[in-house]
Ligand binder design. Structure first.
Ligand code: GLC
Length: 561
């Protein structure tokens, strides 16, 4: 049996976060929908809004509090929709504004909030303002909305600096008149100039546009970029990457001025009742995250630490301790993420030997090193139950409720992620977690839609289909449903008390109301902690907690719930 608790980590106690109040986001379960791969209603191979609306019952049955919808705006798909040509419309392949309103109504009718993705660092090169900028002369107000600079060399034939873009290749594109534009991502994603008031005003308009349509919150893409110091001389790539730069001194990322932008956004969010929420995707050191999460800023920030952590007791506990403290300091709640549209699915990450190079594994088509999928799923379910018991919000990624592994053997010709081409075929990219979902074990595109899917689905998708798992108590889908239903019943103040003295490899903590979560990260069984087991991520014995398994227990006082 576990020893009594001896250590306490107190976090901000808050109201219970019930739907409808202004703090609903603090402990919400948010489900990310990557719309092109969720459900296709018309058979064109691309998921769409009517497809999603038709699946709202699935989300309601799953028990999520909110949906985060990745970009559904008009886009040439140079970066899976994160190249936005019109921030205030719906891509015709995905639907219409009217269908968007129908989605909002269906979600709200089911008690589910909606968060949409805002992409403020860059637009698409098809955005009308970028087309105008290209047509206009150097020095014109049209060019001032983006980051144009004269190239080096007598005729501007060399890029203004040697910086590289996130997907590979140079970060500058020549426009033929001696000027170059900056793109931190693909060349089709020119960076906005946030020093320009017109750009700021236009984004406020966008936020208002969606908030007025009933959107409850926003996920802010690359929130740490936006404002940049582009004064001359520009630093070299090596100077830019220096690791001894003081906080806030990087020319492109995590600058202090970006918080002026978010303070202004916060005033807009708070003018709504209830206030609109926001969560920052900010790739900054942990100690800088709280700036984005502060109540006068975006309010919450993603913590991606578990994406980089092995399935290991010490790492998981350290990540939790640090992030609860950081969130409390920011006046926010922590976020927990195991999978999203940018990373290898966690059922697969945990199937690889610890320390395996995921990029190399993808390049090998998922063969080298061999993956132990059974183990991966066992650990994935244990990790999911662990994070769902923590104070804060959990962000789930579509398909993880089916236990979906990564599709690692997509043929090169099918790949859509710009990473593949931009890296010269040295990085396969993120398509393997974006393959359209299997809703049915048989039929065209496994029930994704009436036509073929836009990325090829493997035959083994049948084993993971939602209809094959429905009603099977041993399935991952039913496990997620049980976990979310139980979590909703156990919802409590944001406090956590560690249980000390656990066997090696076991992490356990208590939540208010007599709820204990214990995870055995090791492979050998350990004694089950005291209490009534109300959830387990895998089979357990009468008295033993098996390896790589999480249990939730209630004490006598809580047993009535
Ligand atoms: C974010 C998105 C990613 C996208 C990038 C550029 O990191 O999550 O998918 O490629 O921003 O917009």
């Amino acid at each position: 049996m576990l020893e009594p608790a001896t250590a306490t980590t107190a976090t901000t106690a808050t109201p219970d976060g019930a739907a409808g109040d202004a703090t609903w986001w603090r402990q919400a379960v948010v489900y990310q929908v990557y719309p092109r791969s969720f459900a296709d209603s018309n058979g064109d191979g691309t998921g769409d809004l009517p497809g999603l609306t038709a699946r709202v019952p699935h989300l309601a049955h799953l028990g999520v509090d909110a949906v985060w919808l990745s970009p559904f705006y008009p886009s040439e798909l140079a970066d899976g929709g994160y190249d936005v040509a019109d921030h205030r419309d719906v891509d015709p392949r995905i639907g219409t504004l009217e269908q968007f309103d129908e989605l909002v109504a269906a979600l709200h009718g089911a008690g589910i909030k909606l968060i949409v993705d805002i992409v403020p660092n860059h637009s698409s090169d098809r955005h009308p303002w970028f087309r105008q900028a290209l047509a206009a002369a150097p020095g014109s107000p049209e060019r001032e909305r983006y980051v144009f600079r004269r190239g080096r060399g007598e005729h501007g034939e060399l890029p203004p600096s040697d910086w590289t873009a996130a997907f590979g290749g140079p970060a500058w594109e020549h426009v033929g008149d001696g000027e170059w534009y900056l793109h931190l991502f693909a060349p089709e994603q020119p960076d906005w100039n946030w020093a320009n008031p017109e750009v700021r005003e236009d984004h406020l308009r966008t936020l208002r546009f969606w908030a007025d349509r009933g959107v409850d919150g926003f996920r802010i893409d690359v929130a740490h970029a936006l404002t940049k110091d582009m004064s001359l001389p520009l630093p070299t790539a090596a100077e830019l990457a220096a690791d001894d730069l003081p906080d806030g001194a990087h020319r492109l990322f995590d600058r202090e001025e970006v918080h002026e932008v978010y303070r202004e956004w916060r005033r807009l969010f708070d003018s709504y009742d209830p206030p609109r929420t926001a969560v920052a995707e900010a790739w900054v050191p942990a100690h800088r995250r709280s700036r984005y999460a502060s109540p006068d800023g975006l309010g919450q920030a993603f913590n991606f630490d578990l994406l980089r952590s092995a399935f290991d007791a010490c790492s998981f506990r350290a990540v939790v301790e640090e992030n609860l403290a950081l969130a409390a300091r920011a006046g926010s709640s922590s976020t927990w993420v195991l999978s999203n549209h940018d990373v290898v699915r966690h059922a697969t990450r945990y199937a690889l030997p610890d320390g395996a190079d995921e990029e190399a594994w993808l390049l090998s088509g998922g063969t080298e090193p061999p993956a132990d999928h059974e183990r991966g799923l066992r650990r994935a379910r244990a990790a999911t139950a662990f994070v769902l018991a923590l104070p804060g919000s959990t962000y789930l990624y579509q398909g993880e409720e089916l236990g979906l592994p990564e599709v690692a053997d997509l043929p090169a010709g099918a790949l859509q992620d710009p990473t593949w081409v931009r890296s010269g075929g040295t990085r396969k990219g993120r398509d393997g977690c974006r393959v359209p979902l299997p809703w049915k074990a048989s039929g065209t595109s496994f029930g994704f839609g009436p036509g073929p899917a836009h990325l090829p689905q493997p035959g083994w998708y049948a084993d993971f289909a939602a209809d094959a798992q429905d009603g099977d108590p041993a399935s991952t889908l039913e496990f997620y449903r049980r976990a979310l239903a139980r979590r909703a019943r156990l919802r409590c103040a944001e406090d956590l008390e560690w249980v000390e003295g656990t066997p090696e490899g076991v992490v356990a903590f208590r939540r208010p109301g007599g709820w204990t979560c214990a995870t055995n990260f090791g492979t050998e069984p350990v004694p089950l902690p005291a209490g009534r087991v109300v959830l387990s991520s895998g089979p357990i014995g009468e008295t033993l907690l098996g390896g790589e398994t999480t249990v939730w227990l209630e004490d006598e006082a809580g047993a009535a719930r």
